[in-house]
Design a protein around this ligand. Sequence first.
Ligand code: B1M
Length: 211
Amino acid sequence: MADILQSIKENVIAGNAPKTKECVDKALQEQVDVGQILREGLIAGMMVVGTKFKNNEFYVPEVLIAARAMSSGMEILEPMIIQAGIKPLAKVAIGTVKGDLHDIGKNLVVMMWKGAGFEVEDLGIDVDASKFVEAARNGADLIGMSALLTTTMVAMKDVMSKMNEAGVRNSVKVVIGGAPITQSFADEIGADGYAPDAASAVDKAKELLKI
Ligand code: B1M
């Protein structure tokens, strides 16, 4: 059993979608527990990808290819995960803030969060503050905001104010990121955390949600 889980993990790291799919099928035939395939195969693989990305051993293309391999395995597991009632680590929502159309970095965060076992609501790009508030109202445990333009950083501050006004600020943690964002900006607008890259966004979310 350990062998097949190891193969799933290695194929995710290698970004081999057909092989990942094949190994997940094989693990199911061998009656390996769905949760174990998810945690010790797919998620374990994405965690290694995250570490390599953080250490500059992997770049954006490798992460995208690994995420695609992981998704190919997830497609098979998803109905069974729902049936087995396996709970996600937490519910998170993320978007690129109002006025900003950049989504490559945001999409990487989405992939890494999914890869880590979070249920992710992707709000998209050019997201109005009201959408973030709505996601918080709908039970998100954590809100992620991305901005790539210095001119749109201010929209993050607006989301913080709107969440305060709506009375939802205390029910969620907020993580922000993007090329112009810094820890001091996060402190300035009262966000709970800042992550410099997608892999660190996983660590930061887990730290804030005490997972
Ligand atoms: Co734009 N653009 N762009 N652009 N663009 C930049 C950002 C820019 C730095 C280029 C430059 O001038 N050197 C500049 C911004 C300058 C500034 O504000 N200081 C710029 C500009 C000016 C513009 C336009 C205004 C250009 C124009 O039309 N005159 C325009 C704005 C449109 C708009 O948003 N309203 C524009 C448009 C575009 C395209 C549409 C052409 C395209 C975006 C395509 C897309 O995203 N689908 C684009 C691109 C591709 C870039 C560059 C070249 C690359 C950005 C990128 O994807 N990087 C960029 C220059 C550059 O960065 N070299 C540039 C790769 C990505 C993986 O990195 O997004 O930083 P990044 O994500 C990182 C981290 O930041 C972090 O994790 C990721 C890595 O792990 N991260 C988070 C991101 N979000 C996070 C959230 C988190 C945690 C971490 O927690 C929630």
